[in-house]
Design a protein around this ligand. Structure first.
Ligand SMILES: Nc1ncnc2c1ncn2[C@@H]1O[C@H](COP(=O)(O)OP(=O)(O)OP(=O)(O)O)[C@@H](O)[C@H]1O
Ligand SMILES: [Mg+2]
Length: 373
């Protein structure tokens, strides 16, 4: 066994990543090298044993990559006498069929993401969740935005989840609202106490929301992601066994730029995008019913065709949608006959159809590796 106290050279995981990123290999995107890709790390005095699980397809790993990594590590740390390295990619079918030990009863997992903050991810996540449930699906919702959880407010819930214990395990029972099972960090910690999370804690918390919560059988488990496409989001989308993703954008260019980045992030981890939603698409004047393109028009659908992913539709901007969020009564539940609710209902049906098509295409079983970081 390796004994840390005997270690003569001190190399951290971050040092290793920095060294690996120095290799010269044009066919390899070095951005995929993050802490979470190191699945095994053993360092003895002169020996390094490393296992990297990359979020790219096995066939996309350049043939010389392993050798280049090993050479680079030896060059960087001459004291290393032996480097044993294993590099693995993903199988062809990725995580498209969610059939793994982490979420055994869940058929589909969908991330709701955006590059930019404040574009309406959480609003779209709660309304889509309720819309899918209205059509008869069993739906769960995980607030993966542990930095700014808004699901409890938007779903009108508070209180701590109950804990259920049997001989083998202890599980939390998700709270329920509008027929949706919900878990959020906002239910576990007091909102007045500031939470200072470091990156790995975010994925750790979401990991626990998957493994330590009694989800039962679900057709859909929806994840409301934090905004952005940085390390934290990339780690999250690698941690969650995702069958697909929905990207939310607003019509203007500043938001579209970031939506492109979000799409690239999902491509990188091989998660198919089931569609783009253009939120705050236009405003319908309540008296004349005329449409006003407040933030420009057509950006979302143009982006979808440019990137070759489906366009799910546009959701108008309307004060009642905002009030629904603030009051904890999603418009889709409160005013089912309102035209905005009908638009969201149609959108959820397109999503359901696309997700089923994706499932049909990717029907092989895949094991998701979770590390203990
Ligand atoms: N279509 C809409 N019409 C009116 N208001 C909306 C609409 N969509 C979202 N909002 C409002 O915009 C604000 C931001 O929305 P939301 O919190 O859903 O965005 P987000 O992308 O989840 O933000 P964050 O990046 O902070 O997580 C909220 O007050 C919400 O009620
Ligand atoms: Mg949000």
């Amino acid at each position: 066994m390796f004994n840390k106290r005997k270690t003569m050279i001190d190399i951290t995981k971050s040092d290793i990543l920095a060294a690996l990123k120095k290799i010269d290999e044009p066919n390899f995107n070095k951005d995929v090298l993050i802490l979470n890709t190191i699945k095994k790390y053993e360092l003895s005095d002169h020996k390094l044993n490393l296992f990297l699980s990359l979020p790219i397809l096995e066939r996309e790993i350049p043939t010389q990559l392993k050798t280049k990594f090993e050479e680079q590590l030896k060059k960087e740390y001459p004291a290393l006498k032996e480097v044993s390295l294993k590099v693995e990619g993903r199988t062809e079918h990725s995580a498209s069929e969610v059939n793994n030990s982490v979420l055994p009863g869940v058929k589909n997992t969908i991330a709701i993401a955006s590059g930019k903050g404040g574009v309406g991810k959480s609003t779209v996540a709660v309304n889509l969740a309720v819309a899918l449930a209205k059509d008869g699906a069993e739906v769960g919702l995980i607030d993966a935005d542990i930095y700014g959880p808004s699901i409890p407010l938007m779903m009108g819930i508070s209180g701590k989840p109950k804990v259920f214990q049997d001989a083998n395990s202890m599980k939390m029972i998700p709270l329920e609202s509008y027929g949706i099972k919900i878990m959020s960090i906002g239910l576990l910690v007091d909102d007045s106490s500031p939470i200072i999370w470091r990156g790995p804690m975010a994925s750790g918390a979401v990991k626990q929301f998957m493994s330590d919560v009694e989800w039962g059988n679900l057709d859909y488990l929806i994840f409301d992601l934090p905004p952005g496409t940085g390390d934290i989001q990339l780690t999250l989308v690698q941690t969650i066994p995702l069958s697909s993703a929905v990207i939310v954008t607003t019509p203007q260019e500043v938001s579209l730029i970031d939506a492109r980045k979000a799409l690239k992030m999902f491509n990188r981890v091989n998660v198919p995008v089931a569609g783009i939603v253009e939120n705050m698409s236009y405003f319908i004047a309540p008296d004349t019913k005329k449409h006003y393109d407040i933030f420009g028009s057509g950006g979302g659908s143009k982006l979808a065709s440019e990137l070759g992913v489906p366009f799910l539709g546009g959701i108008p901007i309307d004060p009642r949608i905002r009030m629904g969020g603030d009051n904890g009564v999603p418009i889709i539940f409160d005013m089912p006959n309102d035209e905005h609710a009908k638009i969201i209902m149609e959108l959820s049906r397109s999503l359901d159809k696309n997700v089923k098509e994706i499932r049909g295409k990717n029907s092989s079983k895949v094991e998701i590796i979770l590390d203990d970081n």
